[in-house]
Design a protein around this ligand. Structure first.
Ligand code: NAD
Length: 365
């Protein structure tokens, strides 16, 4: 299999975590006989410094010509006072829009060795494995009219049938590969847009009678995620509610450095850790690379249907944590403190060992 991938390391810790992710990507690709053509390019502040804009048309064309894009992170204090359209973060919005990405997928999965890193009780969290599917193109973020005066502010919450249908279908298809359960989150008791969302989700559900569909109001969902997260498998939700719920779910995993994400469209896909460029620790070899490495696992699974490669990457991360290795953000007394590069090396070592054990038919975790 030939895979064309564009790598956009970005700013701050972006290059450090993507270097680790690419090392895992190359090793996994080699083991699974995939031929990777990786092209690296600038985005964010680093692109602004060289080209005067945070995302050039050449880089965008390169992304159009790729099977998947891997991004590190963008941003930094040096660029905070630039006009809005030249800020590093503007590149992200432009890229997501240009690639037509309409679903954001964020797993909130708790690795058992990290149960103590969360602010929730270990017994509440154990075995939690939620996928939040957030719609990305509709809702109050894009609805018109919008604006404010001295006396009034307004936004428009809106969804088209096509926008709801395509993400609902994706959620039900994905549920077939997981536990067969989807919770659709809305605010249909108050908002007409949500009543429409619910109606369309149920219409699409008629094609998926084997999947269990539940509706939940967003205020209840926020409460249930921290009360009993294990009850959820796939949460399907509107842009605004997904923005908030995915951050709540994020915190149950303990650290921003553990959170990967995928943004998918009809033709393109972007994989990136959820965290930012972390200027406070940039260049110090301290960043946790696991979110970036997990983003590569998501790419194997969602873009290339190489589920086995993804599974072994996940198992290698789990093993590394079980062995007690931790970067500073997830370190507790008694753990073994490691740098970004050391963490990468240990994950790679575990990846190779687990792969070899599986190849020999003696898979043990
Ligand atoms: P941040 O995610 O960069 O950092 C928040 C805190 O978490 C910091 O203390 C940081 O050290 C820590 N942290 C984040 N990722 C970590 C990792 N992998 N390992 C260890 N610790 C980690 O958020 P911020 O400080 O609000 O923003 C910094 C810059 O990043 C800003 O310019 C912001 O606009 C940008 N940003 C970019 C993205 C993106 O590229 N997708 C997302 C969020 C913020």
């Amino acid at each position: 299999m030939n895979l064309k991938i564009t790598l956009l390391p970005g700013d701050g810790i972006g290059p450090e975590v993507t270097e680790a992710a690419v090392a895992v990507l190359k090793t996994a690709a080699e083991k699974f006989n995939a031929n990777i053509r990786l092209t690296e390019a600038l985005i964010g502040g680093s692109s602004y410094e060289k080209y005067g804009v945070p995302l050039t048309d050449e880089v965008l064309s390169q992304c159009y010509d790729s099977d998947a894009v891997i991004l590190g992170a963008v941003g930094g204090w040096q660029w905070e006072n630039l006009p809005h359209n030249l800020k590093p973060e503007a590149a992200l919005l432009k890229l997501r829009k240009a690639l037509g990405l309409f679903i954001n997928i964020r797993p909130a999965k708790v690795y058992s060795p990290l149960l103590d890193a969360s602010s929730l009780k270990p017994e509440v969290l154990k075995d939690t494995d939620i996928l939040i599917l957030r719609e990305l193109t509709g809702d109050v973020y894009f609805g018109e009219p919008r604006g404010y005066t001295d006396d009034e502010g307004w936004n428009t919450m809106t969804y088209t049938r096509e926008e709801v249908e395509r993400i609902a279908r994706y959620a039900f298809e994905l549920a077939k590969k997981r536990s067969g359960k989807v919770t659709s989150v809305d605010k249909a008791n108050v908002l007409e847009t949500s009543q429409f969302w619910r109606k369309v989700v149920h219409e699409i559900h008629q094609d998926y009678s084997e999947i269990e569909l539940n509706d939940m109001y967003v205020d209840n969902a926020a409460m249930q995620i921290v009360r009993d997260p294990k009850q959820f498998d796939i949460i399907l939700t509107q842009n605004l509610f997904g923005d908030i719920l995915s951050d709540i779910a994020a915190m149950i995993t303990g650290s921003l450095g553990m959170l990967p994400s995928a943004s998918l469209g009809k033709d393109y896909a972007l994989y990136e850790p959820v965290h930012g460029s972390a200027p406070d620790i940039a260049g110090k070899n301290k960043a946790n690379p696991l979110a970036a490495i997990e983003s590569v696992a998501m790419m194997f699974s969602y873009s290339f249907q190489m589920d086995k490669a993804a599974e072994i990457i996940e198992a290698a991360i789990d093993k590394t944590l079980q062995q007690g290795y931790r970067t500073a953000d997830i370190y507790f007394p008694g753990n073994i403190l490691v740098s970004t590069t050391e963490m990468k090396d240990i994950v790679l070592e575990n990846f190779n060992r687990i792969y070899d054990e599986q190849a020999l038919g003696v898979f043990t975790l």
